[in-house]
Ligand binder design. Structure first.
Ligand code: ATP
Length: 465
């Protein structure tokens, strides 16, 4: 079994609630493969637990499986374990078990159970209200269908609304947490692994980098029989009824279409169709909307792939499909894939730098409220500009303005001049703190500007300190 990493915050919070002995109803949700079950297993490993993983079948088969989970907690001779006659009977048994003793009862894949037995949420609500609030039950409801969990478990319409005592949306690991899996690799390799796997632990394990990312990609990604090669297709098939249109939309965005109109043209469907499908992709955590920071969603809104694993896959697999099939990929890899990494990593590096400012850097010149990108027109030069990082202040008029370069070259004074110009085009605030992030370092001129206090310079390796 793989070692378990990170998630300290979630574990600390889950454990704190466990110590109280009071009734809990915790909802855990997040994208498929993100590590929800692994987190629950880690939390439960030393606690009395009944773990029921719901099945995508009928209510009857789920009751059978639930009976087995309860019985396996109580006895070892499973062969002769009876099945509960009804869900009520099974829930009543749990009431008895949790009366005196703290017990964790997990329903994993809760949306499957709710589909198989639509009354289950109302039944749980009833038993919570009448029996479990006075018990030592620690209930965990877990599911990967974000829209289901958000609307039907956490939403006002759900019978369970108001019964939950805590909720955790499990996100992929950030760049620094991802590096914990490979402490011996270089920061460059680790940033690449983050860019390929999007910080999803399951994909980090499946990519299985030993010494070289290139070798791992050729063995475990650019190979028709590999898990990662098949994963986007499998995920889409599992989650969606019409994968073909979704596939076309993801491909269009991965190839650079970001405005609704461009996506629509590439996909060849009506606005209303594309926006409906995009909404589902956003719910699944595959796509996301972005608007320039400090502005409201509207004309400037663009669509991006939120999921870096999908982004990497759609960027490099479709264009190389015949080479992968014919086995030529190993030969052409250096110029068909590897040479584009700097370009591919640009957006990833921006996200890493944003996370660095938000979570990891000490002594920021301002107290950050939000961080994001900004794009718009430079009124003086009448051209479109894009600022990689804007950090807005909790209060006051000081802003962070940043630029991120994932290139193997030294960045010089011209970059500082450029973002100074950009700051005046941005227009908000009256005092700016400039940050330049670079993989390849800085020229002496720019280093001197840092000494004069004009700019903060951060190298890729500094992000990992
Ligand atoms: N924190 C972690 N450290 C190390 N490995 C992890 C971690 N979290 C998850 N994994 C690995 O990823 C795999 C998939 O995780 P898990 O099954 O928990 O995801 P999930 O979110 O429950 O997925 P699904 O929604 O598809 O059921 C696990 O088998 C485990 O090997």
């Amino acid at each position: 079994m793989n070692q378990f990493y990170c998630r300290e915050n979630e574990l600390r919070k889950l454990n704190k609630r466990y110590e109280d002995d009071k009734f809990e109803c915790i909802v855990i949700y997040g994208r498929r493969r993100v590590g929800k079950t692994a987190l629950i297993n880690e939390f439960c490993k030393d606690k009395p637990t009944i773990f029921f993983s719901a099945l995508n079948t009928t209510g009857k088969e789920n009751l059978e499986a639930l009976s087995k989970s309860i019985m396996s907690y109580e006895r070892t001779d499973m062969e002769s374990a009876p099945e509960f006659r009804s869900y009520d009977a099974a829930l009543d048994e749990l009431t008895v078990l949790s009366k005196e003793k703290r017990i964790v009862f997990v329903i994993d894949e809760y949306p499957y159970l709710a589909k198989a037995k639509p009354a289950i949420s109302a039944m749980l609500q009833h038993i919570i209200d009448h029996k479990w609030t006075e018990s030592k039950m620690y209930l965990i409801l877990c599911g990967s269908s974000m829209s289901f969990m958000e609307s039907q478990v956490l939403g006002k319409e759900s019978p369970l609304y108001g019964r939950r005592t805590g909720q955790f949306k499990i996100e992929p690991l950030d760049y620094k947490e991802t590096a914990v899996f490979h402490p011996n690799l270089s920061v460059e390799d680790n940033s690449l692994i983050y860019g390929i796997t999007g910080g999803v632990p399951h994909y980090i394990n499946k990519l299985d980098v030993k010494d070289s990312v290139d070798e791992a990609l050729l063995d475990n990604f650019f190979d028709r029989s590999s898990y990662l090669y098949e994963e986007p297709g499998n995920l889409l098939k599992q989650e969606l009824r019409e994968p073909a249109i979704y596939n076309a939309i993801i491909k269009a965005i991965a190839e650079g279409a970001s405005r609704m109109n461009d996506i629509k043209l590439k996909v060849g469907e009506e606005n209303s169709v594309v926006s409906k499908y995009l909404k589902t992709l956003i719910n699944l955590g595959i796509a996301r909307k972005e608007t320039p920071i400090t502005e409201k969603p509207g004309k400037k809104t663009i669509y991006l792939l939120a999921d870096n694993f999908f982004r990497f896959w759609y960027r490099f697999v479709p264009v190389n499909i015949s080479a992968i099939d014919s086995g030529r990929i190993t030969k052409i890899y250096p110029h068909a894939v590897k040479q584009y990494f700097s370009d591919y990593m640009g957006l990833i590096f921006e996200k890493m730098c944003q996370d660095y400012l938000l979570y990891y850097s000490d002594n920021l010149p301002i107290e950050l409220s939000e961080i994001g990108q900004w794009w718009g027109t430079d009124p003086k030069k009448k051209k479109q500009i894009q600022i990689d990082i804007i950090g807005t202040p909790v209060d006051g008029n000081d802003y962070i303005i940043g630029s991120c370069k994932y290139r193997n070259e030294k960045i010089g004074m011209d970059e500082l001049d450029l973002i100074r110009d950009y700051a005046s085009a941005f227009g908000k605030g009256n005092n700016y703190h400039y940050y330049i992030f670079s993989k390849g370092g800085f020229t002496d001129g720019l280093l001197q500007a840092q000494e004069r206090g004009e700019v903060h310079l951060v190298m890729l390796k500094d992000l990992y300190k």
